[in-house]
Design a protein around this ligand. Structure first.
Ligand code: CA
Ligand code: CA
Length: 210
């Protein structure tokens, strides 16, 4: 009996290890942009530089369950950009071993953070922290951080910068969850003042539509 239990324990360890190694995570890009969505979640404190770029959607049946951010550290006297991008991680039916990511157009500065996940459920609303325009000779950064609320209620805050203020919470995506992203991005300014990410909006998909 002892040897049988040992075998079971060894098998459990081995299969656990294999599952971790087999986690599938692939960028979806624009491959699933024909997915139907119900609404766009927006906030009203986005900055004015740049243009809306392109949407990227999780595949049908997938919803965002986590995210990471690309953030440039404090450049002090140099040109700061703070948040450069947000990457949504999409899962289907709570299976966290088979994932896609979407991010729309992201900026060129900083490092991607470790992903943060809802313990259960999906991302359902967000707040954006934005530093207002710093004037003609100031150093603009625009979006500096983001928070998401999970459908299971926990709130996740990115490891962004503390400049500026948070918006109100966006509308809540009920009976489904966040399923896509589109960024408003200032083009690279060469030797001038970069702000990178200026605003973001998220697609809200219903659980039922396939
Ligand atoms: Ca600076
Ligand atoms: Ca700047």
């Amino acid at each position: 009996m002892a040897s049988l239990l040992t075998v079971v324990a060894v098998l459990a360890v081995v299969s656990g290890g294999l599952c971790e190694e087999k986690t599938f995570l692939q960028r979806a890009g624009r491959a699933f942009n024909s997915r139907q969505y119900r609404s766009l979640l927006t906030v009203n404190n986005g900055e004015k530089f740049g243009n809306w770029t392109w949407p990227e959607m999780c595949p049908d049946g997938f919803f965002a369950v986590g995210f990471s951010v690309r953030v440039e550290s404090n450049q002090y006297g140099g040109d700061d950009t703070a948040l450069n991008g947000i990457r949504l991680i999409c899962a289907k039916d709570g299976n966290r071993n088979f994932l896609y990511s979407v991010e729309s157009h992201t900026g060129y500065f900083g490092e991607w953070s470790h992903p943060q996940y809802c313990p259960t459920g999906v991302l359902s609303s967000f707040q954006l922290r934005v530093e207002p325009h710093q004037g003609l000779f100031g150093d603009d950064t625009a979006v500096t951080n983001v928070k998401f609320r999970c459908s299971s209620n926990p709130m996740l805050e990115g490891p962004g910068m503390t400049w500026g203020e948070y918006s109100h919470w966006s509308n809540e995506c009920k009976d489904g969850g966040i399923c896509g992203i589109e960024t408003k991005m200032e083009d690279y300014q060469w030797a001038l003042d970069d702000s990178s990410l200026n605003d973001v909006r998220f697609h809200c998909c219903s659980q039922k539509v396939r």
